[in-house]
Design a binder for this molecule. Structure first.
Ligand SMILES: C[S@@+](CC[C@H](N)C(=O)[O-])C[C@H]1O[C@@H](n2cnc3c(N)ncnc32)[C@H](O)[C@@H]1O
Length: 461
């Protein structure tokens, strides 16, 4: 195809590709156009040309897709926090389901499996109970900020431009978190700006302030503030903690994680409790969970209840089964299933999550769960063969060795939970000779993003 970088051409978008980009074909050649959706007709400029495809950006929209709406967020289109606010919510659900089907068919070579309609999120804004904002010594400007005077160009606290690690927008208001989170974010921004202590440079790896993580308890309307810094300095962070707890009675926990490593993650090598409790409490269904700063907890609390009910249904428990819960986090699924099984064993690599899981069992009066701390590939052999296995891996999916161990253990039923259709399809593809994939239920935990959670029901052949 004779397309060239810089060339402009009119395209009609026909599909949505993974990553949320619109896809058009020009004489059969695939062009991905960011920030477009099916039935948009656009003039697009080619920014990258490869052998089999090209990447393009919108120059102008000639005709808007009927699926478009006006996004409520001023950062929409520039921010990587969520990319689909301009797409009608009902259509998001349709495209997400299609993405699950396509992944199963193309990656797992699994066809003719019923993939049900996506279960929607009960709330579509302010649904996230955890937000992670990055600090940067370089602010990435919104298009309408170019040329403005009096802007601090060497400071930002916010979210990244999609697909970048160093481009951070200074976000004043994120609609994915409950409103008070934005007030807390603003106070922290002002404190950091006035502290005369440098923010961390994402390229230079020098500076002090690194991340801000806010956790919200939907059940109790309480907040945890986790300030991630490159070094330990009580003298610098304690006044911030004092300011926040004095101003916001809703803040019940202030933590300082210290991350001296270059890796841009909000989990520190150790943490210091600055105020209140080291946990935040939240509820999923009738169960209450204590969650530490660094423990995994589903980010959409109301969505988690829908997800876990589906896991429960697919597990088909009668009260007699031995269940293994792989990648169990803070024990949430195990506790949800505890009444319906004889015994549950969870395996999890995060020490704080296992500690939380044990406390969560005690607090919920659950006595038939136990947890093993460690990497699943090294621990799975310690547990006896289960009747039912729950597998809820991180985005990267299962380690190949774990796939083999699961097949050797050969449980009668598997419920596979995943936030990444591609790795789910890959993993199910590896076990499909031994297990039938009976049905898959997409559950939307992440409105306005292209991400989708799925639950698959598998039965030994
Ligand atoms: C998607 S979360 C699922 C947590 C839990 N099932 C829930 O619903 O809250 C994945 C979990 O796997 C854990 N994990 C990641 N790699 C692991 C490994 N190799 N061995 C054990 N646990 C692991 C993470 O710490 C995280 O808690």
């Amino acid at each position: 195809m004779s397309l060239k970088k810089g060339q402009e051409l009119e395209l009609e978008i026909s599909e949505l590709a993974f990553g949320g980009k619109g896809l058009a074909r020009k004489d059969g050649f695939v062009v991905f156009v960011d920030q477009t959706i099916p039935l948009d007709i656009v003039i697009a400029r080619i920014i990258k040309k490869k052998k089999n495809y090209a990447d393009a950006i919108i120059v102008t929209i000639v005709k808007e897709s009927p699926f478009r709406i006006k996004p409520p967020c001023i950062y929409s289109g520039c921010c990587g926090g969520c990319k689909w606010q301009f797409l009608k919510y009902d259509e998001q659900l349709v495209f997400k389901r299609q993405h699950v089907i396509d992944s199963l068919e193309h990656i797992g070579i699994i066809k003719d499996v019923p993939v049900h309609s996506t279960l929607p999120s009960k709330v579509t804004y302010a649904y996230r109970n955890k937000m992670e904002f990055s600090c940067s010594d370089r602010r990435w400007l919104m298009p309408d900020e170019f040329g403005m005077e009096n802007l601090d160009l060497d400071f930002a606290i916010g979210l990244h431009v999609p697909g970048t690690f160093h481009k951070v927008l200074d976000i004043k208001k994120c609609l994915l978190q409950p409103g008070l989170g934005n007030n807390i974010l603003d106070d922290i921004r002002e404190f950091i700006k006035n502290s005369n202590i440098p923010v961390y440079g994402l390229r230079s790896h020098k500076g002090f302030w690194r991340f801000l993580m806010l956790r919200h308890s939907a059940a109790y309307d309480q907040w945890m503030v986790n300030i991630v810094t490159a070094e330990e300095s009580n003298k610098i962070v304690k006044p911030l903690s004092d300011l926040l707890t004095a101003k916001y009675p809703e803040i019940v926990s202030v933590i300082n994680n210290i991350n001296k490593r270059k890796a841009g993650i909000a989990v520190g090598e150790y943490e210091i409790l600055l105020a209140g409790s080291p946990f935040i409490r939240d509820k999923v269904g009738r169960f209450e969970f204590k969650i530490s700063a660094n423990s995994f907890f589903q980010t959409n609390t109301l969505g988690a209840e829908i997800l876990y009910k589906k896991v429960m249904e697919y597990a088909g428990l009668s009260g007699k089964e031995q269940v293994v819960d792989l990648y169990c986090g803070a024990g949430t699924i195990s506790i949800f299933l505890a009444d319906s099984a004889r015994e549950l064993v969870g395996i999890e690599i995060s020490e704080s999550a296992v500690r939380d899981a044990e406390i969560n069992c005690q607090n919920n009066g659950v006595t038939n769960c136990r947890f093993i701390l460690g990497d699943i590939k090294d621990c799975l052999e310690q547990v006896k063969k289960p009747d039912v296995m729950i597998i809820d891996p991180p985005r990267t999916g299962m380690h190949e060795k774990v796939v083999k161990q699961v097949l050797d253990m050969s449980p009668a039923r598997i419920v596979y939970v995943s936030c990444n259709p591609a790795t789910m399809a890959r993993d199910l593809g590896m076990i499909k000779d031994d297990y039938s994939v009976l049905e898959v239920q997409p559950v939307d935990m992440f409105p306005h993003t292209y991400h989708i959670e799925s639950v698959a029901r598998l039965e030994r052949k």
